[in-house]
Design a protein around this ligand. Structure first.
Ligand code: DGL
Length: 266
């Protein structure tokens, strides 16, 4: 692998951009090649075999772009497909997953709520994560169908969104949840609205800095950290409109992002 090669990042849509500020801050010299499959989002209600095959197509595309590693910036892909993808590909794959372990360590009430897609929360891998890190605490699963769509539309705060969040969060809050895990990469963009509904006593865990640190560790271990001093470029490939994605990506990530249309993938 060439150290100056870009890092590939993929998500069902724009949610994975929530990782970019942390990745860019941790590794400013690395170029990032981000695929937003917004034309097919949301993944959260799709079946596992579709998600696996589509993710494999995108990883092959990122390999063709010369990427030296791939970051799965989508909890849903990780939950249902990462093991099979790692068996299929030689390229290093670093994958985000809900931050249950730090949430359990922080919770005072002993009740933690994980907000994620239906597919993520229904997966065997999340059950295993809950068993491994639950530490005898109550880990409530809160499926949030439709929530990622707000981010894809660029709607980060609205009366409709707040009403939906109240419906989703109230049962967990009433059961004493004092720590919320954002188990979908779209949700950090809704953090203000989530905090408004949850109240200031509730902690919200965003795993982006931990993932960025893991990417650094993995690149350092394989000797593929970019030794250059120039800031890396961020290129976004979207399966929806490139112009709309460029505008939203800049607004969401606060970074300069060059956007192009993702070609049909074999
Ligand atoms: N951003 C994705 C995740 O982290 C999924 C959102 C969706 O497409 O349903 O799970």
């Amino acid at each position: 692998m060439i150290a100056t090669a870009p890092i590939g990042v993929l998500d069902s849509g724009l949610g994975g951009l929530s990782l970019l500020p942390a990745l860019h801050a941790e590794l400013p010299q690395e170029s990032l090649c981000y695929v937003a499959d917004s034309g097919n989002a949301p993944y959260g209600d799709r079946c596992a075999s579709w998600i696996t095959e589509r993710s494999a197509q995108i990883i092959r595309f990122l390999e063709r772009q010369g990427c030296k590693a791939v970051v799965i910036a989508c909890n849903t892909i990780t939950a249902v497909a990462v093991e099979r993808l790692r068996r299929r590909f030689d390229i290093p794959i670093i994958a985000i997953e809900p931050a249950i372990k730090p949430a359990v360590a922080l919770s005072r009430s002993g009740v933690v709520a994980v907000l994620a897609t239906t597919r993520t929360l229904g997966s065997d891998s999340l059950q295993r994560l809950r068993e491994r890190h639950g530490d005898g605490r109550r880990i409530l699963f809160v499926p949030c169908p439709g929530l990622a769509d707000h981010v894809e539309r660029g709607e980060l705060h609205s009366p409709g969104l707040l009403a939906q969040l109240r419906d989703l969060l109230t049962p967990a809050l009433e059961q004493g949840a004092d720590t919320l895990v954002l188990g979908c990469t779209h949700y950090p963009f809704l953090i203000d609205a989530i905090a408004e509904v949850a109240g200031s006593q509730v902690r919200i865990i965003d795993p982006s800095p931990a993932v960025a640190a893991e990417v650094r560790r993995r690149l350092a271990a394989s000797g593929t950290l970019n030794p250059g001093r120039q800031r890396g470029r961020i290129t976004l490939w979207s399966s929806a409109s490139a112009a709309k994605s460029r505008h939203l990506a800049g607004r969401l990530s606060g970074l300069h992002v060059a956007a192009q249309l993702l070609p049909p993938l074999p």
